[in-house]
Design a protein around this ligand. Structure first.
Ligand SMILES: [Zn+2]
Length: 457
């Protein structure tokens, strides 16, 4: 009798612990996930759509007509996919235009340098700005030699370490230089590798500091200038930039969803950003992330299995130079008191659709454990690893308001070769890697949407 009671207690205890009594990821989810992986890997519609988007609507900078035409095309294509709801959300966006631009080395040799004005920068006078170059290796270096900066073009030649560190010179370089009297500023492109490719990107001005033009040169040319200066040469540069900020323009977030069968108010949101820089085609950044999320939703729809919760794709606008799309999405969500709470998980792909590794997740340990279980279903694609920590710029506003978030982790070895350049084109991507990204997004989104339990916060 005593022994029986012991076994009964043990049994009751095991039943009470989720994950021991019954698997969280049930057989039917596994079967649908297998189907999703197979269909993702055998498909070329997503990659073809990505090629179409980026070939026809490449330089999708906020405020441009081509961005809005690209959005129209996406909506039109989505109509063919039979989603429950597709709509666009108006967003007011900054409107910066590059215009013509050039950088010319005048001394000690004459040379036209490939260059890219940085997003948000003011232009130069029509005749350009010609000045001696003061090359610095860091903000500290600039501070130390502050007296030399007056009337010069300050060139930050800072070796790439991480994007987060090196990008500080792109974002804050102009005001740092202007404070010491520089007439313009430039930097070696924020790039881990270069083939004379200038990398653009956003920059900003500190309030109360004079706005001076700010541009990227290639790492090769920044190093060339450094070698000249080390030999004791005086280096002179002419920058001509038509860049200017126009009044704000209208853009849109694109939203598509399939409604959940049991808890339609609970939402798994995934996506990327539809805008891109104006010098390339935004294939990697971030057409790939957008179309991968869209294709994942289409494949889920195609299985005929309606998940318990709603899965929503959002293609955010204006990530690159304003994040207005992501902020507008949050503002809209917050109009409904319960909606933020009902955002179960936010997923983003904005690191390129290269060979996927898995996801980086920011949320509770309980949720993490469930996601690790889900990741095991992606063993065949080797893309189910869930690491702690991760997210993305467009899901940032949701995450800061309590929504668990995760960003797709991929082989990042080439991302900063192409990032924000003219060579961010479809040929840098590979259909098999892209399809694996689709499979990875589809499986995680579907499984979380179809769990018996709500992913814990
Ligand atoms: Zn991006």
């Amino acid at each position: 009798m005593k022994l029986n009671k012991f076994y009964f207690t043990l049994f009751a205890l095991l039943v009470a612990i989720p994950g021991v009594s019954q698997p969280l990821v049930k057989q039917n989810i596994k079967e649908t996930s297998d189907k999703l992986i197979k269909s993702a890997l055998a498909n070329d519609l997503g990659f073809e759509r990505l090629a179409h988007l980026t070939d026809y609507y490449g330089p999708r900078l906020s405020g441009s007509e081509v961005l809005e035409q690209g959005i129209d095309w996406v909506v039109q294509e989505m109509e063919k996919d039979g989603f429950d709801r597709i709509w666009t959300q108006p967003v007011t966006v900054p409107h910066w235009v590059r215009g013509k631009e050039s950088a010319t080395l005048d001394a000690p040799i004459q040379k036209e340098l490939p260059m890219a004005s940085l997003g948000g920068s003011v232009g130069t006078p029509e005749e350009g700005i010609t000045a001696e170059v003061m090359l610095v290796k860091s903000f500290e270096d600039l501070e130390k030699r502050s007296a030399e900066a007056n009337g010069k073009i300050v060139l930050f030649n800072v070796p790439f370490t991480t994007y987060g560190q090196t990008v500080q010179y792109r974002v804050n370089g102009a005001s740092a230089a202007a404070k010491h009297g520089a007439v313009a500023s430039a930097l070696a492109s924020v790039a881990s590798y270069s083939m004379q490719t200038p990398h653009t990107g956003t920059m900003s001005y500190e309030e109360g500091v004079k706005k001076i033009p700010h541009a990227a040169l290639t790492t090769e040319d920044a190093n060339l200038i450094e070698r000249f200066i080390k030999r004791g040469e005086t280096v002179t540069l002419t920058l001509k930039m038509e860049a200017k900020n126009l009044p704000d323009a209208q853009s849109r977030n694109v939203i598509a969803e399939i409604k959940g069968s049991e808890f339609p108010e609970e939402i798994i949101v995934m996506g990327g950003h539809i805008d891109a820089w104006d010098n390339g085609h935004g294939a990697m950044d971030d057409g790939g992330g957008c179309v991968a999320a869209w294709e994942a939703l289409r494949l889920i729809k195609e299985t005929g299995v309606r998940p318990k919760r709603t899965i929503r794709v959002v293609l955010w606008t204006n990530e690159e130079n304003g994040l207005r799309g992501a902020n507008e999405y949050l503002r809209w969500v917050q109009e409904d008191e319960k909606s933020l709470d009902n955002h179960i998980l936010a997923m983003e792909s904005d690191a390129g659709v290269f060979d996927p590794i898995g996801f980086g997740f920011s949320g509770s340990d309980d949720a993490y454990k469930i996601l690790v279980e889900i990741g095991k279903m992606l063993k065949s694609a080797d893309s189910g690893e869930v690491r702690k920590g991760g997210g993305g710029a467009d899901i940032g506003p949701l995450m800061r308001n309590g929504v668990p978030g995760m960003g797709l982790n991929v082989d990042g070895s080439k991302y900063f070769w192409f990032h924000h350049t003219a060579v961010d084109t479809i040929d840098k991507l590979n259909i098999d890697d892209f399809n694996e990204c689709v499979a990875t997004m589809a499986v995680f989104a579907f499984a979380v949407a179809d769990l018996d339990v709500r992913l814990p916060r």
